[in-house]
Design a protein around this ligand. Structure first.
Ligand SMILES: [Zn+2]
Ligand SMILES: [Zn+2]
Length: 141
């Protein structure tokens, strides 16, 4: 299995061969701010199974664990496509969204649930739309 992950503009490309080592969600505040979304979905592949094409810039920060996270992002569109975690020096972390593939393996665990937006936890009680929201307009009339 060969999968390709792309940044928003497509100039930064990552190809991963084989299956991911793991997939997880993270609700921490740093991930919320980095992604602009209420959660992060990430996966890790063995570094020797990953090829990267295209320029990237990096932003490094210490993680709560004390290890360093170095996020690589496209200098043209700003997408954070992958990252290096000093805790996992033989792996490369990849944004699951970069694959834009609903068939991508599901997460097996999530972390920082304490920062989770409560509405994320009860999908059975929410309306679920296959694409954009349909129905009455949002907001007060
Ligand atoms: Zn880009
Ligand atoms: Zn996080």
């Amino acid at each position: 299995m060969v999968r390709t992950a792309l940044c928003h503009c497509g100039k930064l490309r990552l190809t991963a061969t084989g299956e991911p080592e793991w997939v997880n969600l993270c609700y921490c505040q740093a991930c919320q701010r980095r992604t602009g979304a209420p959660l992060h979905a990430g996966t890790y592949f063995a570094a020797d199974r990953v090829e990267i094409d295209g320029d990237s810039k990096s932003f490094a920060r210490p993680a709560d664990s004390g290890y360093t996270m170095t996020f690589r992002f496209c200098p043209h569109c700003g997408s954070n496509l992958y990252w290096l975690a000093s805790r996992f020096p033989r792996h490369i972390g990849v944004a699951v969204g970069g694959f834009a593939d609903p068939e991508f393996p599901a997460p097996s665990f999530s972390v920082f649930e304490k920062w989770k937006h409560p509405w994320l936890g009860n999908s059975e009680t929410m309306d679920q739309f296959p694409e954009g929201r349909t129905g009455p307009p949002l907001g007060h009339t």
